[in-house]
Design a protein around this ligand. Structure first.
Ligand code: ARG
Ligand code: ZN
Length: 866
């Protein structure tokens, strides 16, 4: 590959954590003036710069795709020979220790298809700067450890852009004679440039207030296009709940007088925590029963909270460099997960979070793109906004919180915020604050930040009837990952309980910390062998291997008092049966049917929890359990078990489906739980093959007063062949073709479908008039969903791989960041048979041979070939 790379693209340079140096120049203040127009925007920047330490290095101002039309120092134009451009950056030699540097650049926001920097979306002008977008707006030291106070003046046509927003507080505004108007905003908090934002457009506001614990009134605004205003209520409630939660749980108040959120239709990811002016992908703001599912409602609540929580974990304390990204992202995900758990069900939220971790992070951690939570190097930082940084990072904080206990964890968090307020900190600073504030020794624990890969823990119980004792033997191993062939043992906190199989009780939950490669723990007072419940609450992000029998697992699936462990026992029971069937071994399907029946009849359980427990592991998760993934065999085995469950429990599915129909719509946890269980019942009923299955699904589709039931019914129909399938897809399209977010569901449902022709359907949808590469949500709805659909994507012909590679190549020319996100599924070739593996490699090679390939895609595709 090295040859091919050098003939096509200059190999992107590698940035290393060990190369960190503090900035040569600081910028205590910046004044920005924007003359805004989608076709031509002028940006004048005035930077007060100060030399940082005794050195004679020039001032380096990063730039990307911009040229300086003027360069002035201390008010005087400088001659073109005292500055030069180097890899896009403006290099300026300055005589003294403090100067005023002024530049002027021009931008064309309407042709910015990368959606980084200043761009146009649906008539708005908006910005995205994290990680390195500010350098596409003006020349500046674009690194998170340069903190500045910002003043921003915007001028724009008043009719087209009546609303002008930026970070901080509005200071002044006025009209000009030519139909233009201006506004000035000032942010009193020094911030790195990745938190800069502005928005201009014709926006309507859902305005509200929040009174902080110390009695300050904060003006809240959620800005959307007028017609979307009725869909902002849920986001506003989530925002106010988040503000109250951070005061109550972390003692953190909001610090400005205004907090604004803007929803935009074209956005590369979920949302962005710009100081005082969060900018969101509209899918994480807009929700109403007609168009949003319960999952969407939860997504809005979680992302609104996430971005709000960044005000402390990210903005007040920011990152020294991008290797520390998990410092803000891991901690903030941990905070938003706990917030959502407090708003709903702790048990269900934990199961959902672990499902996400296993679906996104475990595969990453076992493949060619595996990297530590604190990476050592990168080519393109945008490629490191990963499940490892976010979700595994959150698991690390969760383990620290578990080891510390709630009071001491809070003391550690308080110390962290107080010690580093206003600073750019490191992951090590966080761990140190936890040690000092919570009184912990996290010496060995630090390996979690350094070593990539998912640890495996083999657990076995040895019972001695004579001494009436048991020994729990735990052995850990950590597989090699790129650049890390040999690993050291980690500190792994495991919550365990030993169940008496007769009484179904235990003597309490114990927290064991496994620190050696192999360790044993003794327990006394067991006349008969107990049943092991381990990694309760998913206390550590590891893979547990035990020799527990199917009977033990069935017992735990019925009696474990830890909800996660109960769910996990059922999952493992199902996995064992499905993997056995996949490899042609005998499998006791009856055990699964009986366990599901038992769960359905346990009336003490929350329906939302029941719906989680009875759900079969995904095809992709089953694939992850096999050394060599066999997509067809997995699909066949899973469909067969689903049918068996459907047939054997058909009357129960019918009863549940009929009995959970609500008369009035509500988004209460109880109502959401009922819908979740109802949809699961519909799904099994359809899987049973009952002749009225499609009619029942179609009736639910037609009669539903909410998107949760409508989309679930559509999804159920989409998996099969029926006249109802085609009718429902048509109706859905015609009803929502003018609503982009909802039309995404139409694309996504078909791409996720377990219909045998999904790959062909996706090929046709890619040519549909409503498919566009310009909108990242649409691309993700079709190709993101498709590449997560194991059976369809891994069609043995390779047509799935080809389509995704075609999309990557075409999209890379417009939006490299979003293109690069489609690469990882092609990098899993080592797990597949030779035929599929060589087809996948061929597509990666074809991508890499593309002239002018971006740094983003080059990094992902070249690493994926290793
Ligand atoms: N900080 C944003 C968040 O809250 C995400 C920014 C993602 N940036 C990127 N280049 N992918 O999660
Ligand atoms: Zn974040």
């Amino acid at each position: 590959m090295a040859d091919m790379l050098s003939t096509t693209t200059a190999a992107p340079s590698v940035i290393r954590r060990s190369d960190y140096r503090s900035p040569d120049w600081l910028v205590p203040h910046i004044d920005l003036e924007f003359d805004l127009d989608p076709a031509l925007t002028r940006v004048r920047a005035q930077l007060s710069v100060t030399r940082n330490g005794g050195h004679d290095h020039p001032l380096r101002l990063d730039g990307d795709g911009i040229v300086p039309l003027e360069v002035m120092v201390d008010g005087r134009p400088v001659s073109p020979d005292s500055w030069h451009l180097e890899a896009g950056a403006l290099i300026l030699t300055l005589p003294g220790d403090a100067h005023l540097v002024e530049t002027l650049v021009e931008l064309v926001p309407e042709s910015n298809s990368k959606l980084m920097g200043l761009y146009a979306s649906g008539g708005l002008l908006c910005t995205q700067c994290e990680a390195e977008g500010f350098r596409r707006i003006t020349f500046f030291p674009d690194r998170p450890d340069v903190l500045s106070r910002y003043s921003v003046r915007m001028t724009a046509d008043k009719a087209r852009f009546p609303i002008l927003l930026a970070n901080g507080d509005p200071i002044d505004r006025g009209d000009l004679d030519d139909g233009r108007h201006w506004a000035v905003w000032h942010d009193p908090f020094p911030k790195p440039c990745y938190l800069f934002a502005l928005v201009a457009g014709d926006l309507a506001c859902n305005a509200d207030q929040f009174v902080t614990a110390s009695g300050r009134t904060v003006q809240l605004g959620i800005w959307v296009k007028e017609s979307d205003l009725p869909r902002t209520g849920h986001a506003m409630t989530a925002l106010k709940n988040s503000m109250a939660w951070d005061e109550r749980v972390y003692g953190r108040e909001y610090d400005l007088d205004v907090f604004n959120i803007v929803a935009v239709a074209d956005f590369n990811f979920g949302a962005m925590e710009n100081k005082g002016l969060n900018i969101f992908n509209s899918r994480y703001i807009l929700a109403d029963p007609e168009t949003a599912t319960d999952i969407d409602y939860d997504g809005v609540e979680g992302v609104v909270a996430h971005e709000y929580f960044h005000n402390w974990s990210g903005n007040r304390v920011t990152c020294r460099d991008w290797f520390q990204l998990s410092l803000k992202e891991g901690f903030t995900v941990f905070r938003d997960q706990n917030f959502s758990a407090d708003m709903g069900s702790h048990a269900v939220k934990r199961i959902e979070d672990v499902r996400v971790l296993r679906a996104a992070q475990f595969p990453e951690d076992s493949g060619p793109l595996a990297h530590p939570v604190r990476p050592e190097s990168y080519m393109e930082i945008s490629n490191f906004y990963t499940a490892t940084i976010y979700n595994k990072g959150a698991e690390l904080i969760r383990m620290i919180a578990l080891i510390a206990g709630p009071e001491r964890f809070r003391a550690g968090a308080d110390l962290y915020f107080d010690r580093h307020d206003g600073e750019a900190a490191t992951c090590e600073d966080f761990v140190q604050a936890m040690e000092d504030g919570a009184g912990l020794d996290l010496g060995q624990f630090r390996l979690w930040y350094e070593q990539a890969g998912t640890p495996r823990v083999q657990a076995s119980l040895i019972h001695d009837p004579v001494t009436e004792s048991v020994e729990l033997v735990l052995e850990q191993s950590l597989p090699p990952t790129p650049g890390q062939p040999v690993k050291q043992p980690m500190a792994i906190p495991l919550r365990v309980a030993l169940f008496n199989p007769v009484t179904a009780t235990h003597h309490g939950d114990e927290l064991l910390i496994l620190t050696d490669a192999r360790e044993s723990f003794a327990f006394s007072g067991f006349a008969t062998p107990p049943i092991l419940s381990i990694n309760r609450g998913f206390s550590a992000p590891v893979i547990i291997q035990t020799d527990r029998s199917q009977a033990d697992l069935a017992f735990l699936s019925a009696h474990d008092d830890d909800p996660f462990a109960r769910y996990e026992a059922m999952q493992q029971l199902m996995v064992n049966v499905l993997i056995a069937r996949t490899s042609g071994r005998p499998a006791d399907e009856q055990a699964v049917v009986d366990a599901i029946r038992y769960t359905l009849t346990d009336t003490a359980l929350d329906p939302a929890f029941v719906a989680e427990v009875i759900r079969l592991p995904s095809e992709a998760y089953l694939g992850d359990q096999m050394t060599r993934v066999e997509p067809d065999a997995i699909h066949t085995a899973r469909e067969a078990l689903q049918t068996r469950i459907g047939v054997d429990l058909e009357h129960m599915w019918r009863d549940i489906h009929a009995g959970t129909k609500a008369n009035i719509f509500s988004t209460s946890p109880a109502a959401k739980g009922a819908r979740k269980l109802r949809n699961a019942a519909l799904h099994y009923l359809a899987a049973s093959g009952a002749s009225d299955g499609p009619a029942i699904a179609f009736a639910q589709f037609s009669e539903a007063d909410n998107m949760t039931e409508r989309q679930a019914a559509l999804g159920t129909l989409a998996n099969g062949h029926s006249a109802e399938r085609d009718a429902a897809l048509d109706i859905f399209y015609n009803r929502y073709c003018d609503d982009a977010l909802t039309l995404d569901k139409w694309f996504q449902t078909q791409a996720f479908s377990l219909h045998p022709d999904t790959a062909d359907h996706v090929a046709a949808l890619a040519l549909h008039k409503d498919f566009t590469l310009a909108n990242p949500n649409r691309v993700r709805a079709l190709f993101g969903a498709f590449s997560a659909n194991q059976w369809a994507f891994h069609h043995r012909s390779g047509k799935g791989y080809r389509m995704v590679a075609d999309c990557i190549i075409a999209l890379d020319k417009l939006n490299p960041q979003t293109a690069a996100r489609l690469v990882p599924p092609l990098g899993r070739w080592k797990r597949f048979d030779e035929g599929r593996a060589s087809l996948m490699r061929a597509e990666l090679q074809r991508i890499l041979a593309e002239p002018g390939l971006s740094k983003d895609v080059t990094e992902q595709a070249s690493k994926s070939l290793n």
